[in-house]
Design a protein around this ligand. Structure first.
Ligand SMILES: [Zn+2]
Length: 57
């Protein structure tokens, strides 16, 4: 039987998972970075997307 504590833990775990998936980051493709917003490919030293202007924050 689930206790109130178990339900609360699940609530926290779900929220933690959501914030993790929402964390903006470059996607890496071989030796390139891919913008998660528009899919544009950039060099590994790129700090912002030159296609759409996206930056990891
Ligand atoms: Zn972009």
């Amino acid at each position: 039987m689930a206790t109130a504590n178990d339900i609360f833990d699940e609530f926290l775990a779900d929220r933690g998972h959501e914030s993790e998936t929402e964390t903006p980051a470059w996607e890496e493709d071989y030796n390139k970075k891919r913008c998660p917003d528009c899919g544009g490919l950039h060099e590994m030293d790129a700090s912002e997307c030159t296609v759409c202007g996206w930056t990891p924050s």
